[in-house]
Design a protein around this ligand. Structure first.
Ligand code: ADP
Ligand code: ZN
Length: 807
């Protein structure tokens, strides 16, 4: 018989092993190995986990047949990764200068990455000798894949093939499949007839069970279903077992995450003209299997979600599936509930707040084709849907769609890839699209769909007031609350309405700002806010490494009140308690929401008006829809502007627009108060006038002048090393090498220490590449990544395409 071979990507993430290896499929496994399964293979002296990416490949020409290594065992009975996902992993790894195996692992729930065990059970034909060798003399044995050598595994598989041994997969206990008590009806009617004869006429309840059983031969129902459908007690069911009418058994229950509800049900709305036009364009693309990308630009409250939901319904009506992505922090229970109200238990939910068991169960429901809609955050983009008809990316401008840890990827890129693969449209939705997406719509690469008014005709966009904090702190000293803010708060609270207060705390960036004129020192090359470094007592630009001493006197107005800027939610809460002692506050930040379900609980309490004030970080800006919120206060609009990031203005504009959109979503007119030391900054004034298009034009011209995206493509190279001098030296060398290797029109900025220059014992430096053509630097960078592994083992180098974080 011809030998068969398979290509396997091994779980050894190094550059050298970032390619498939060919293994022989031993005769014992000939029917068991398929692409997309996990296997155990010998690698060097170890046995390691691997993913089969292709079967029936040729033996490599440079290896003799008798030198080929075997696949030791198969860990799955069905492929866990589809052909689509295998291909996607390979392309994403290449595109993002990452490891193939890292993407393969990313696509699977953590439960499948847990250590794996097999249950061996002796069959009667197993010899005593083999029983001693492989089962420690027992009838059954649980073995870890690593308990046996390659040779032993081969022997075990041979015994299995000979029918002497049963080999089953078992997942680690903590995420074991969950079951509940169930009762099964026998398959044979004669069995029931026999039981019936023995029943007395008076056994009414048993007769009822019997009648139901006759109609449902060989079917199994959980105890709960029996109780609900036949209206019998658990005791009666157990009697039925004794009488031979039913058999006791167990059925699997899939753990489902809770849905937070306030009792109301979200219903289908009649679309307005703009919504209808958007809906029809999307639906036509679904019907015609077109991989179009739509940019749905709609002001807050314009009914984008309603368009998503109805478009999703139309995909489902056509027998197709829907992938609905939302940013992690915006994955509010509210959005989850709206989706579940529409699509019920045909929905699966994937996000980082789930337990390993919940995630595993949701993943399997998707894999088994039991769901039609998957709603989830970033990594849900890899959900194993087979028949995608529509992909929705809500709040598409959110940077949380990019993963900055390894493997680096953008869920939007993956969504577009899957859209092409499935010939299905993508809808990118936002009130404040990213400049990149909006520019592509301008060029006709994306189809622009616009919603220009609020869906609820009585809800108007809120009035926005900008308060100059330079004046406020002259009046009231160092405070988080201007007089205007306090007065408005009191007025709204007195009327029984609710207020959302946001303290912007993005990252840990610290910068200096003049308390008298709002001046923030910027570097002359990049026009970026410079970051404070207390160790060296300098201000630095984190793109080009320009540095200067910390000013003692404001270069703009001469004041000596120029200093570090930043505060925390806890401090603000304290101040609120003093200023408004009669009004309890619900605080929402990383500390108060760390516990599972805490965010949902806090929001539910706010929804029930247990408190009138919700105070939080950026978390409160996204997606919340509370009708009684009529006042939104932004305590510090400036922190975002001080970020060492070319998107600082864009992010600030987006955040202010989002948070302002939380006000006045129902009948009462909403109001927004924004406190700032920079009242004339264009990001604020355009936000005040709800003018995205105006902001877009101005910001585009600034990006054009400074040669930043979307006019240029950016790639970030990050280097980390335990020794500060070494990383400085290495990155300087790398920069010099790059400048020599890269085409002349690729600009190399830096190297420079990162804004957070030291973290967990490592020093971080970065370089920024800018180029006109997207793939211009790919070959050189792939080469660089390869070399960096060979060069110095302490140096960690990462390459990130379209970086969104510069902290
Ligand atoms: P967005 O996602 O653009 O912020 P939503 O879809 O959340 O907007 O809609 C805002 C509010 O308007 C919601 O309460 C929603 O139920 C309501 N709504 C949406 N579309 C309509 C419509 N066509 N008619 C009436 N109300 C609508
Ligand atoms: Zn600079």
């Amino acid at each position: 018989m011809d030998k068969r071979y398979a290509q396997v990507v091994v779980d050894v993430p190094t550059k050298q092993t970032n390619r498939p290896y060919t293994y022989e499929i031993p005769a014992e496994l000939k029917d068991d190995v398929q692409a997309g399964m996990r296997v155990l293979v010998a690698f060097g002296h170890r046995s390691v986990l691997g993913y089969v990416v292709r079967v029936d490949v040729d033996r490599p020409a440079d290896i003799e047949a008798d030198q080929m290594k075997d696949i030791l065992t198969v860990l799955d009975s069905k492929p866990v990764l589809s052909a689509e996902l295998l291909e996607l992993a390979s392309e994403m790894a290449q595109k993002n200068f990452s490891f193939w195996v890292a993407f393969l692992a990313l696509m699977l729930p953590a439960a499948l990455k847990a250590s794996y065990r097999k249950k061996l059970t002796a069959k009667p034909t197993l010899s005593d000798e083999d029983r001693v060798t492989y089962l420690e003399g027992q009838q059954e044995r649980l073995v870890k894949t690593k308990d046996f050598s390659a040779k032993e595994w081969r022997a075990v598989l041979k015994l299995r093939q000979e029918g002497k041994l049963l080999v089953e997969n078992q997942i680690e206990d903590k995420v074991r499949v969950k079951t509940e008590l169930a009762y099964k009806v026998p398959a044979d009617e004669a069995v029931l007839a026999e039981a019936a004869e023995k029943l007395g006429k008076g056994a009414k309840v048993q007769q009822t069970i019997l009648a139901f059983a006759k109609e449902h031969l060989s079917q199994t129902f959980s105890k709960r279903d029996w109780v609900a459908q036949v209206d019998v007690s658990a005791a009666a069911l157990n009697t039925a077992v004794e009488k031979g009418i039913l058999e006791k058994t167990a059925v699997e229950v899939k753990r489902r995450p809770d849905v937070a509800g306030d009792g109301s049900i979200d219903t289908v709305k009649v679309l307005n003209d703009e919504q209808q036009a958007a809906y029809e364009s999307i639906t036509a693309a679904i019907e015609d299997n077109q991989d179009k990308t739509f940019l749905l630009e709609g002001i807050t409250g314009s009914g984008k979600t309603e368009v998503y939901l109805q478009a999703a319904q139309s995909a489902i009506n056509q027998g197709k599936q829907v992938l609905f992505l939302v940013p992690e922090i915006a994955l509010t229970p509210q959005m989850q509930k709206r989706v579940e109200d529409r699509f019920g238990d045909k929905t699966a939910l994937l996000h980082s707040g789930l337990s390993a068991g919940e995630r595993y169960d949701e993943w399997r429901r998707i894999k088994e084709g039991k769901v039609q809609v998957v709603i989830g955050a970033r990594s849900a983009v890899f959900a194993p849907l087979k028949n995608l008809g529509l992909i929705i990316v809500d709040e598409e401008h959110e940077s949380s769609y990019s993963q900055s840890e390894n493997p680096h990827y953008s869920a939007k890129e993956v969504a577009l890839w899957r859209s092409r693969y499935h010939q299905a449209p993508v809808v990118l939705g936002s009130a404040t699209p990213s400049l990149e997406s909006r520019a592509r719509a301008q060029k006709g690469v994306y189809d622009l769909l616009t919603l220009s008014k609020r869906a609820n005709p009585t809800a108007k966009l809120p009035e926005v007031d900008i308060v100059d904090m330079r004046i406020a702190i002259q009046d009231r000293g160092d405070t988080n609350f201007s007089t205007e803010m306090l007065d408005k708060l009191k007025a709204h609270l007195k009327r029984g309405e609710q207020a959302v207060l946001m303290l912007n705390r993005r990252g840990f960036s610290s910068f200096v700002m003049c308390r008298d004129c709002g001046f923030v020192p910027r570097d002359p090359n990049c026009n970026l806010a410079m970051t404070l470094h207390m160790d060296t007592r300098t201000l630095k630009c984190h793109y080009c490494d320009y540095q200067t001493a910390i000013p003692r006197i404001c270069p703009s107005c001469g004041s000596n009140r120029i200093r570090y800027y930043g505060t925390g939610t806890e401090k603000v809460e304290e101040e609120l308690k003093e200023l408004l002692p009669d009004y309890p506050v619900i605080r929402l930040d990383q500390d108060t929401t760390r516990k599972k379900g805490a965010m949902a609980k806090a929001l539910r309490a706010f929804g029930k008006k247990e408190a009138q004030i919700l105070l939080g970080t950026q978390m409160v800006a996204k997606g919340l829809d509370f009708p009684d919120v009529t006042l939104v206060g932004v305590l510090n609009a400036d922190t975002g502007l001080g970020l060492p990031d070319f998107r600082a203005s864009e992010k600030t504009f987006q955040l202010l627009t989002q948070v302002a959109g939380r006000a006045g979503r129902a009948a009462q007119q909403g109001e927004v108060v924004i406190q700032t030391f920079n009242p004339d900054h264009y990001a604020l004034t355009f936000a005040k006038h709800h003018d995205y298009e105006g902001f877009y034009r101005q910001e585009m011209s600034i990006r054009h002048a400074a040669e930043f995206p979307p006019y240029y493509y950016a790639i970030q190279i990050q280097c980390a090393h335990p020794d500060e001098n070494a990383v400085a030296l290495q990155t300087a060398k790398i920069a010099a090498w790059l400048r020599k290797q890269l085409p002349e029109d690729v600009l190399v900025l830096g190297p420079s220490p990162k804004a957070i220059a030291k973290l967990k014992g490592k020093y971080y430096f970065q370089m920024l590449l800018k180029m006109k053509n997207e793939n211009e630097a790919d070959a050189v960078l792939t080469d660089l990544v390869q070399r960096s592994q060979n060069a110095e083992k302490d140096l960690q180098l990462e390459v990130r395409r379209n970086p969104v974080s510069f902290m």
